[in-house]
Design a protein around this ligand. Sequence first.
Ligand SMILES: *Cc1c(COP(=O)(O)O)cnc(C)c1O
Length: 226
Amino acid sequence: MKQIEERIKEIYEEVKQYSPYPEKVKVIAVSKYLTAQEMLPYLETGIITLGENRVQVIQEKYEELSTYPFAKSLEWHFIGNLQKNKVKYIADKVSMIHSVNKLSLAEEINKKMEALGKKMPVLIEVNVSGEESKEGYEVLEAEKDLPKLLNLKNISICGLMTMAPFTEDIEEQRRVFHKLRTLKEDWNEKYFQGSLTELSMGMSNDYKIALQEGATMIRLGRKIFY
Ligand SMILES: *Cc1c(COP(=O)(O)O)cnc(C)c1O
């Protein structure tokens, strides 16, 4: 196994190589494959931005890691499908929710954040590939909800997220990522006055293409942890 530090360094070299704006890119270390104990050697190398896709797992890991000196600097990003009735368990723990795919979910996050007196940074998850199986808003459906989403005072919509289809076809991946970037530019003009800054796209199998197409957050699991 390659040294962890070396692997992380390599990823940041690739960010410089592929991204048009490497200084804007954040690597989210998707730790869902590991237990809290297994995560320790990685956290000791200074990884602080973690992605998890299950509410219960975040709760457990958050608790288990809370006694370590680095716990306060950890940033948990929720990247999976989020059920409304579980928002309450993570509202005070995560620093961003990447997967807002329904108005009712956004409203629930807003409500919980209002109770905490805080604002949650969120991304709108868009199904740009059009695959039936994918989570995420259809573009038109999202546009219909945007006026209401923009009215929610305790969420801050800072960008868009998508998952590319599972395919080896690089041009298909590129098409999906390009479409998300174009949508961000379009929405920035029409609805957001430039306040959409983030594009969360790219996983271990397609992050280089996502970087070329302007990703600002890449979500890497297997690439970092295996
Ligand atoms: C698991 C997961 C990832 C990371 O996937 P890898 O292929 O391991 O890099 C990224 N995003 C989401 C939403 C995931 O569930």
